[in-house]
Design a protein around this ligand. Structure first.
Ligand code: IMP
Ligand code: MG
Length: 173
């Protein structure tokens, strides 16, 4: 790998973090069949591992967004590239996201889905950076807090690369 990286979360840590999240989800959604909306592309690996730990009859959908900005910073201008295909009106919905930084992306998506009148709408994010938050959003389920550094791996990219890494690293610029 050309760029300098430093290990932040190893395979075991990620696995354990996801198991803990799944325990909470199994408990909180035990009486329902929630729709998990995975935000592409970053959250695909997280979703795949998370749902394998669940024993509730979940349904899955995908939402693809693009954010205008440079590769390491979101501008807050979000465009929906692919909308979900399941009708979520009156349903319990959980947004599954890779990482929350400023909160602009998730806040836009939250408002977009809220207009479809789900019964409940909650957020599950694998990673959360606290420092640059400009939008107040409630993260109902969080895997890990991470430092204010650019992170790659486990679905997260830098210029579309490194999504396949099984661990999460910070990237030094
Ligand atoms: P926010 O809108 O500033 O909260 O940024 C969230 C989005 O930007 C996420 O959906 C990620 O796709 C991307 N992002 C933010 N921080 C990182 C990072 O450290 N590595 C990779 N992608 C990131
Ligand atoms: Mg993303």
């Amino acid at each position: 790998m050309a760029k300098k990286t430093k290990r932040l979360l190893g395979k075991k840590e990620i696995k354990n973090g996801i198991k803990k999240l799944a325990q909470k989800l199994n408990n909180d959604y035990c009486d329902t069949s929630p729709i998990f909306v995975c935000i592409l592309k970053g959250a695909f690996m997280f979703l795949a591992d998370l749902i394998r730990e669940l024993d509730v009859p979940i349904r899955i959908d995908f939402l693809s967004v693009s954010s205008y900005g440079d590769s390491s910073r979101t501008s807050g201008v979000v465009k929906i590239i692919k909308d979900i295909s399941i009708d979520i009106e009156g349903e319990d919905v959980l947004l599954v996201e890779d990482i929350v930084d400023t909160g602009l992306t998730l806040s836009y998506i939250f408002d977009f889905l809220k207009r479809k009148n789900p019964k409940s709408l909650k957020i599950c994010a694998l990673l959360e950076k606290k420092v640059r938050r400009t939008k107040k959003i409630k993260i109902d389920y969080r895997g890990f807090f991470v430092p204010n550094k650019y992170v790659i791996g486990y679905g997260l990219d830098f210029c579309e690369k490194y999504r396949n890494l099984p661990e999460i690293d910070t990237m030094e610029f």
